[in-house]
Structure formats: structure tokens, C-alpha cells
Design a binder for this molecule. Structure first.
Ligand code: SF4
Ligand code: SF4
Length: 203
């Protein structure tokens, strides 16, 4: 699948659900200058969503209405001079602080938590995405991962592994009967300075 993002920002608007893991929370809080990830919830940049089997999962809160978009999108009107000025969108977190799911898109990963096996897919973020099927380059980093190339960067592999461990931990906590409020405090509120999360030791 060919993909070459044109940075139009269309997939950061509308009714997209962008789910976050704890690493994402730490990165976003750090990028925005917050000392604690709790501020992301206080400022309503992130909300808790329970649509996935009732499990509390953080998600970016998009604005509502026709012009609703991710609050981290910086819209800009490109003055083309041809009478058809276009609205473009740039992510404030790009490139180093982006949520994993945004970084991977339009590739996406599913993990079977019982045995850790992964499957990968490619879904155009929206029907008119100008970056899909373009005669441009592949999303090289993710393509290497997708095709099992060992040249994948350790940083990305590490984030993927940590996300898998996080979902495993979340699933265990749900089974233990702990309340969603307690899970939220336990997994999502932490100091954003020098985060070092390790869920593997708790399995
Ligand atoms: S993925 Fe597609 S819709 Fe999203 S910013 Fe890139 S080109 Fe635009
Ligand atoms: S975090 Fe960035 S890439 Fe992800 S939805 Fe928001 S603006 Fe778009």
C-alpha cells in the first residue's frame, strides 16, 4: 500500500477517536509543559472513554461541531493565490511527541492479549485521504515493521511493546474488580518529568 501523508489535517478533525496509552500521556504532558499528566484531564484535553468493554481508556477530546478537531491540531489557511485557499493542519506534537496511534496511522495494530500475537492492517483514515494510494513513498518505518524487517528502530519497537504490556495490565485490573476511578489514578496520573513506565514487572 502506498502512502504519503499530505499533512492536510483532515484525519485530525471530525469524529475520530484517538486512544492513548500511558506513554502517550507522559509525552503529551511533557510537550505541553505540564508537570503531571493529571493536568491533561483537568484541562479536558484528554477524557476517559469506557466504550471499549467498559475499560477506562484515555482518549483525546476533540472539539464539537462542524469545525471540531483535535485540540493539538494547529490549523492554518494556505493562501494559494488561485482563489481556492485551503485549510491545512499541523500536529503540535509532531514528530517526537505524537501518540503511538497517530504515529502509526494509517497502519494499525491489533494485539491478542492472551498470547501477545500481533496483526497489522492498513485503513485509509477517511475516504478522501489524499495521502493514500498516492504515487509517493511508503510510511517507511512502519512498513519495515509490518514486513518483519529487523531494521525497525528500537524506540518504536519499545513503544509498541509497552503499549501491549499496558493493555495486558489494564485487562488484569478490570478482572480484579478495581473501580474505574482507581484504575485511572493508578495508570494515568503520574509525574510527567522523566517518565519511566514499566508494566512488565507487574504481570
Ligand atoms: S493521513 Fe491523509 S487525511 Fe490524514 S493528514 Fe495525511 S493526507 Fe491528510
Ligand atoms: S495528536 Fe496530532 S496527529 Fe493525533 S489527532 Fe491530534 S493533531 Fe492529529
Amino acid at each position: 500500500m502506498r502512502f504519503d501523508c499530505k499533512c492536510c489535517g483532515e484525519c485530525c478533525r471530525g469524529d475520530m477517536h484517538v486512544y492513548l496509552n500511558p506513554d502517550d500521556l507522559g509525552l503529551i504532558a511533557g510537550c505541553l509543559g505540564y508537570k503531571s499528566t493529571e493536568s491533561l484531564f483537568d484541562e479536558k484535553i484528554v477524557i476517559i472513554d469506557t466504550e471499549k468493554n467498559g475499560a477506562p481508556v484515555p482518549r483525546l477530546r476533540f472539539g464539537t461541531g462542524k469545525t471540531g478537531c483535535c485540540q493539538l491540531l494547529e490549523n492554518r489557511l494556505d493562501e494559494t493565490g488561485d482563489g481556492f485557499d485551503r485549510l491545512t493542519g499541523l500536529c503540535r506534537l509532531h514528530p517526537g511527541f505524537k501518540p503511538l496511534v497517530c504515529m502509526l496511522a494509517p497502519y494499525h495494530r491489533s494485539v491478542d492479549l492472551s498470547d501477545g500475537t500481533e496483526s497489522w492492517g492498513f485503513t485509509a483514515p477517511l475516504p478522501g485521504c489524499p495521502g493514500c494510494y498516492a504515487a509517493g513513498s511508503f510510511h517507511a518505518e512502519v512498513y519495515r515493521l509490518h514486513s518483519g524487517d529487523p531494521a525497525i528502530s528500537p524506540g518504536l519497537k519499545d513503544r509498541l511493546n509497552r503499549e501491549r504490556d499496558f493493555y495486558r495490565k489494564l485487562s488484569q485490573l478490570m478482572e480484579s474488580g478495581i473501580s474505574n476511578d482507581e484504575i485511572t489514578k493508578m495508570l494515568y496520573f503520574f509525574d510527567a518529568d522523566g517518565i519511566e513506565l514499566d508494566f512488565t514487572e507487574q504481570q
